[in-house]
Every structure is written in C-alpha cells, then in structure tokens.
Design a protein around this ligand. Structure first.
Ligand SMILES: [Zn+2]
Length: 88
C-alpha cells in the first residue's frame, strides 16, 4: 500500500529516499561527500529569462557537462568531476 510520504529509489545507492526535494538533496549531498556524485549548477538564458539549474550527477557525467556545454556555463558547487578525457 502506498504511504502518505512517497518514496523513490536513489539512483546512486538504491536506498529508498523521500521524494521531498530537501530530503532528496540532503541524501544526494551525502553521496557528494562520498565522492559518488558531483553537484553542479548553471545560469542560462531561456525564454528571455535567466534560468538556474542545479544537478547532482556522477563524476563522469559532470565532466561531460563541463566539457560539452561551455556556453551554458556549468560550474562545480561541490564534489570532484572525473578527470578530463584524453580522447579529444
Ligand atoms: Zn543514495
């Protein structure tokens, strides 16, 4: 039976976490401290307004954002992105 507080499986560790935004962010920050996730943010223009987005992503994904979307201006808030790829 579904409970009043809805829960979702964490994509990093599989643990059930609350879908509440703050609870999810604090759970994600635990993984940032463990080196499993990186917190990144960007400000960009869309629809004539400055938008802000903040993400928790794996270190390799963070590296991809930083390398491939320079125009969007992603920057690292916390954690360590994977080293730059030597492929290009
Ligand atoms: Zn987790």
């Amino acid at each position: 039976m579904p409970r009043a507080m809805s829960r979702t499986a964490c994509r990093t560790c599989g643990q059930q976490v609350s879908t509440n935004g703050l609870a999810k962010a604090s759970h994600a920050r635990k993984h940032v401290r463990e080196g499993l996730l990186v917190e990144i943010e960007s400000n960009y223009w869309a629809d004539g307004q400055m938008q802000h987005s903040r993400l928790f992503v794996a270190p390799t994904t963070a590296r991809r954002y930083l390398d491939n979307e320079p125009g969007v201006g992603w920057r690292v808030i916390a954690g360590t992105p994977a080293p730059a790829s030597k492929e290009n």
